[in-house]
Design a protein around this ligand. Structure first.
Ligand code: AGP
Length: 615
């Protein structure tokens, strides 16, 4: 959840730490801090709030040390405060940490009983006290670090620096991601690649149980804690794919929404290929093998990824006839699901590839001998590395905490998976079209997304009407149901308005009680002849209770839904199976503009972080 960065080299560490923390801020932004090992005396600066505040605070200091660590925090143990911000210290040691030490209470009591004085409520402080105590008992740094690791329970990573700059910077990976990056003037280590400056030419994702000693002359040694010996690893050249920065956009989220047509175009061009004169869907041979052998697909994910999973279930079952189950990862891992290694394929959906519950589900399946496939955005992430096969979302880096383009990529890929698995005759029977025709239509979707983006004025008008409301309901049937869930999640996540998504058919089973004069109800209407009349009835039911009815539907059925709506958006027509890809865009824009009107920090909503690496 937190972002950590360290540098050891011949240049001053401070500018790199500050820049890196700004890039990592999407992982947490309650507070931030740095420690630079200045000759003579290490300097620590911390601040509550964003890294911009930290930068302001640091501006009064002139620091030139070439070894330093930095942290941006998403609080788990203790409120956001300077005392709880990292780095934490004990004696000559300074630590920044990501993850959770689960036995922190026991360790803290023992340390306090032994005379250690704690200055924060963090679990992090226990680690640094333990190492310092080991040093006082005569174990040298960095061996002292290794000696206390067996005492720590949980999934975490940390960087530890010693006040003496001739000592190495130590990095420990025990479950939370860490990468090394090398350049001509030193070595970086950080929670993710985005923190590295352009000078970094080669990178190396660390493995769980790696402990690395990094020296300022650019040398580093990786010790495998499981093997108890040095691990030889090869650096790979850094791909500069995905330029960072907001460019001319006011927010990352808006930029990422606007990037979707181009992203989808690239994705489809890669996955839909013309072979022997026919269009077909192609994945890597491992992914194709895994999908083709599955007799039942189990999808797991959290939040937005879970919503994408529901849509995946609908599409895969309808088009291919392969049964699909979908679970929220945190439920799946504890509900004792029955896994069948001979029939099941576990598909994990995760933008970051680091979500703790999703990874736990992945590991559970692997232990049960069930093959696994990850649909993941971050190449080299834990999910990518641990799954048997991967399909990359290829959405480029996503910095806004609210997932947008990665959701679009997930639902596009799951629709492609459904089409990959669909037998020709079933496709024709269900859709009345050949695979060739369907895939040609799919290739035109980026154009429709472009058109949809240009409906921005209509969306802003709806958003303006949401400024003062306290509840918004979203409803849809079929593939629009997961979109209703996602539209509600986007809105609540960044505009802090209470919002819920429902299946249209569930309205009378409870949610209708919430509808009174002026309550906005957003209805989604795919161009599905079976469902449009049913949705229009649901809309009328809310209207007669005074709802402020907003409809977002296909232009083909505009005459059905527009007259009964207070406000409506007509989206370009397409096959019903593609409609969620189009309607996702106005739902994202609606949340975005509402949050902007309300003056909230769209890219960094309160209490949330981009990557949820703790349970
Ligand atoms: C989406 O806007 C959220 N930020 C959140 O629900 C997110 O989708 C969830 O935490 C899962 O993340 P993942 O895809 O990286 O696993």
């Amino acid at each position: 959840m937190c972002g950590i960065i360290g540098y050891a080299g011949s240049s001053p560490a401070l500018p790199y730490l500050l820049k890196g923390l700004e890039q990592l801020e999407y992982r947490g932004y309650d507070s931030a801090g740095i420690a630079v090992m200045e000759k003579g005396e290490p300097r620590v600066v911390k601040s509550v709030g964003s890294t911009a505040r930290l930068r302001e605070k640091v501006s009064g200091h002139s620091l030139s040390g070439g070894l330093g660590i930095g942290h941006t925090r998403w609080a788990t143990h203790g409120v956001p405060s300077e005392a709880n911000a990292h780095p934490q210290s004990s004696g000559p040691l300074y630590i920044v940490h990501n993850g959770i030490i689960e036995n922190e209470r026991i360790l803290r009591s023992e340390l306090e009983a032994g005379g250690e004085v704690f200055l924060s409520e963090t679990d992090t402080e226990t680690i640094v006290h333990l190492v310092n105590r080991a040093m006082r008992q005569g174990i040298a740094f960095p061996e002292a670090v290794r000696s206390i690791l067996p005492l720590l329970e949980g999934s975490y990573s940390f960087l530890m620096a010693h006040a003496d700059p001739s000592e190495p910077l130590v990095a420990v990976h025990r479950g939370a991601p860490l990468l090394l990056g090398t350049c001509s003037h030193g070595v970086f280590v950080a929670s993710d690649m985005t923190a590295f400056p352009g000078d970094v030419h080669s990178t190396l994702p660390l493995e769980v149980d790696d402990m690395v000693m990094i020296r300022s002359d650019g040398r580093f040694e990786i010790l495998s804690l499981t093997q108890g010996k040095e691990r030889v690893a090869t650096l790979v050249s850094r791909s500069h794919h995905g330029v960072h920065g907001k460019g001319e956009y006011p927010h990352y989220m808006f930029k990422e929404i606007c990037e979707q047509p181009e992203m989808l175009d690239r994705l489809l061009a890669k996955r839909i290929r013309r072979e022997d004169g026919r269009l077909s869907v192609r994945f890597s041979s491992e992914a194709e093998r895994a999908l083709s052998s599955a007799r039942r697909i189990r999808i797991v994910g959290c939040g937005t990824s879970f919503h994408a999973g529901i849509l995946g279930k609908y599409r895969i079952e309808a088009l291919s006839g392969v049964p699909v189950e979908v679970d929220v990862a945190s439920e799946f891992r504890y509900r004792e699901p029955i896994l069948d290694p001979d029939a099941d394929l576990l598909v994990v959906l995760t933008q970051s590839g680091e979500t703790a519950d999703t990874l736990a589900a992945l590991r559970m399946a692997r232990e049960a001998g069930v093959p696994t496939l990850a649909l993941v955005n971050v190449e080299g992430s834990t999910a990518d590395r641990e799954a048997d096969a991967t399909i990359l979302l290829e959405a480029g880096p996503e910095f806004g905490v609210a997932a947008t383009k990665t959701f679009l990529s997930q639902i596009a890929l799951l629709t492609l998976v459904a089409l990959f698995l669909a037998p020709d005759d079933r496709l024709r029977e269900k859709e009345g079209r050949s695979r060739e025709e369907i895939l040609s239509d799919f290739l035109k979707l980026p154009m429709l997304l472009d058109k949809t983006l240009s409906l921005s004025t209509g969306v802003t008008a709806i958003a303006r009407s949401f400024i003062e409301v306290s509840t918004v309901l979203f409803m849809g049937r079929g593939g629009d149901f997961p979109l209703a869930l996602e539209g509600a999640l986007k809105l609540k996540e960044i505009s802090y308005i209470h919002a819920e998504g429902y299946a249209g058919g569930e309205l009378k089973h409870g949610p209708l009680a919430l509808v009174e004069k002026g309550v906005p109800v957003v209805s989604l209407l795919s161009p599905d002849e079976r469902l449009v009349p049913k949705m229009v009835s649901n809309m009328k039911e809310t209207l007669s209770r005074g709802a402020f009815l907003v409809s977002i539907g296909s232009e083909r059925f505009q005459e059905e839904f527009s007259p009964v709506s207070s406000m409506s958006l007509s989206l370009p027509d397409c096959l019903p199976m593609f409609f969620p890809l189009v309607s996702a865009v106005p739902l994202q824009l609606l949340a975005y503009h509402t949050a902007c009107f309300k003056g909230f920090d769209v890219d960094r909503p309160r209490n949330l972080a981009k990557s949820v690496t703790v349970e």
